[in-house]
Write a protein that binds this ligand. Structure first.
Ligand code: KG4
Ligand code: ZN
Length: 331
């Protein structure tokens, strides 16, 4: 039995999770989201300071939620990248301090591997091969996955400009719906007609995405025609365009590679329309869709502990205490 303490601090969530042999036993989360609202996006310096305040209390809350003590921890796993440099450094410093003082091994974890591993906490071990779609405020990545603890993750495609979550956030600002934009657009789209406006669905290459043109199209359309058109219809039509390209490319990647499992993760995977359309299209193509519950889709510490737990089981490589943040980590 080995208990992994996982720390996530790559963006605005300070997350600490505890995973014992692949089973989530405790977690706590603190967010600085409110502090970024007036800026319409995450301010790195503000996020880093918030992590500094929140990290130790969040770790204590996670341990309390599991009825455990710090001395019960056998391994520490911490997000090493990608993410905001100063925010990552706070989590890394804490992870190293815990590992050093407890005399336990440290694992530096890739944030995207964490998003995918979150699914194992809810739905059990992943099959030997799968396609991953990580869609968040910072990422829109189509991935070819093997064993998360042993095999490299292969990037099939990314966004050429804005990430999917970023597009939700920017369009929400255009429509004056508030921040974060994803949940706001999803709420606004309820009852709206997704076919009311046909927004463009720009992509790049076979597996690449591009959302900046879509955002501009919504802004132009809104400026010209908004009078009399329900916001619900604009939000639903924009959401449909994003969902359409994401699901089409993800299914294409599965069929191209003869892989019958798609794992969706990241904050945008909490979107109910994305989940419904992906379910429909996967079922039609004979693909099994796996998505963590919404609270495990957004950034959290449990997903990082989940990767740590997989590394422990696989005898994965331990990171040195000199490990540094890799803000633009590429797998
Ligand atoms: O994974 P996450 O918490 O942080 C990053 O690693 O970026 O993702 C945050 C992003 C934000 O852009 C937010 O607007 C989006 O996920 N998001 C959603 C929903 N919930 C969060 N987007 C669409 N629909 C949602 N329900
Ligand atoms: Zn994330």
């Amino acid at each position: 039995m080995s208990l992994v303490l996982g720390i996530e601090s790559s963006c605005d969530e300070t997350g600490v999770g505890l995973v014992r042999d692949g089973v989530l036993v405790g977690e706590a989360l603190s967010s600085s989201m409110e502090e970024h609202v007036r800026f319409g996006g995450v301010v790195p310096e503000v996020a880093a300071r918030a992590h500094l305040h929140a990290l130790v209390p969040t770790a204590r809350a996670a341990l309390d939620s599991a009825g455990l003590k710090l001395s019960d921890v056998d391994y520490v796993a911490v997000t090493a990248g990608p993410g905001l440099a100063t925010a990552l450094q706070v989590g890394l410093a804490a992870g190293k301090a815990y590992a050093l003082s407890l005399g336990v091994p440290l694992f530096g974890v890739h944030h995207l591997a964490g998003h995918i591993a979150a699914d194992t906490l809810a739905n059990g071990p992943l099959p030997p091969h799968s396609i991953g779609l990580v869609v968040s405020g910072g990422h829109t990545s189509l991935l070819k996955l093997g064993d998360l603890a042993r095999d490299p993750i292969i990037h099939l495609g990314d966004t050429a400009d804005d990430a999917a979550g970023e597009a939700f956030d920017k369009v929400a600002r255009i429509l004056d719906l508030g921040y974060p934009g994803g949940p706001a657009i999803q709420r606004a789209a309820e009852g709206g007609d997704p076919t009311a406006i046909t927004f463009p669905r720009p992509t790049t290459g076979r597996y690449g995405f591009s959302f900046s043109g879509l955002k501009t199209a919504v802004a132009r359309w809104h400026a010209k025609h908004s009078a009399g058109v329900p916001i619900a219809d604009i939000a639903a039509s924009f959401q449909e365009a994003v969902v359409d390209v994401l699901t089409a490319k993800a299914v294409l990647a599965c069929t191209d590679h003869g892989i019958d499992t798609l794992v969706m993760a990241g904050g945008v995977a909490a979107n109910s329309r994305l989940r419904a359309v992906a379910e429909e299209r996967c079922a039609a193509a004979g693909i099994t869709l796996r998505v963590p519950p919404p609270r495990l889709c957004t950034d959290n510490g449990a997903m990082i502990a989940a990767v740590g737990s997989l590394l422990v089981a696989a005898g994965g490589e331990v990171s040195p205490l000199t490990l540094s943040a890799n803000p633009s980590a590429v797998l």
